[in-house]
Design a protein around this ligand. Structure first.
Ligand code: F6R
Length: 249
């Protein structure tokens, strides 16, 4: 166990995303060369957009194939009508999957329209285990310190479950939903325990709005009040930051 996750601070997000994307392409190809699919945990939100653009570029250049990749997304809003443009399923299709060669049967995203949520969450955890666990998990960080939608108070060993969104998280999502009243109050999210079982983790953060929580996560106490602080005790978790997000370190 490390005592603190390493932070790599780049001049800008493009450089950070290029570096990580090249590293991920190498990881996927070495796992595929060992004769098995690579299992990726994916995130949504504004942060991963330039990273997905880099993955698409590498795919177009013939340096990255998703043909033997299985994906699990971190989370999904509860209660959005099917096909809603702000659903994370629609986001992933628009920002990544439509542009690469992933077999759609290999894609897993929690379903925010199910009626039996506990059964769905148990099945999601089982699907991750059946795939052999997550090789690489991509994360953003919320201003509450959440990873996935593990808001303050989420236990270290929490699993995929229904969660209540923090008011700050809903406020941050309000512009893309056209107003706070349209932002769902609940979601399904992988738990902290689910995330921490990934063999390799990269957390991305850009901009000065994230600088304070990045500092708390990396150098503050390990506490369930800041889920990202649990990464300090992960053996292979790295923060990829632009200069603004790393400014308080
Ligand atoms: C998204 C997710 C969240 C976001 C976080 C940051 O799947 O799980 O933890 O990564 O809320 O969101 P952005 O990137 O929009 O600042």
């Amino acid at each position: 166990m490390t005592e603190s996750a390493p932070a790599r601070v780049f001049a800008d997000r493009t450089e950070a995303c290029r570096t990580l994307a090249v590293g991920l392409a190498e990881l996927v190809s070495s796992i595929n060369a060992s004769g098995r699919p690579a299992v990726l945990g994916l995130a949504t939100g504004r942060t991963p957009l330039p990273f997905y653009a880099e993955l698409i570029r590498l795919h177009r250049e013939g340096q990255l194939s998703f043909a033997n990749v299985i994906t699990f997304n971190l989370d999904e809003y509860l209660g959005l009508p099917g096909g809603h443009p702000e659903s994370y399923r629609a986001f992933m299709q628009r920002e990544l999957f439509a542009h690469v060669d992933i077999p759609l049967g290999n894609v897993h995203i929690p379903d925010g329209s199910v009626t039996d949520i506990p059964a769905h969450c148990t099945a999601y955890e089982k699907a991750i285990r059946d795939a052999g666990g997550i090789d690489f998990q991509l994360l953003g960080i919320g201003r509450t310190g959440h990873i996935g939608f593990n808001e303050p108070g989420s236990p270290r060993d929490s699993r995929t479950r229904q969660v209540h969104l923090d008011p700050i998280t809903r406020e941050d999502a309000a512009p893309s939903f056209g107003g706070l009243e349209h932002v769902p109050t609940h979601a399904i999210s992988m738990g902290c325990g689910t995330i921490l079982e990934a063999r390799k983790i990269a957390l991305l953060a850009w901009g000065k709005a994230k600088a304070f929580i990045v500092k708390e996560a990396l150098t503050g106490p390990v506490t369930d009040q800041v889920s990202a602080s649990f990464l300090q005790n992960h053996p292979d978790a790295t923060f990829y930051l632009d200069a603004e997000a790393g400014a308080e370190l």
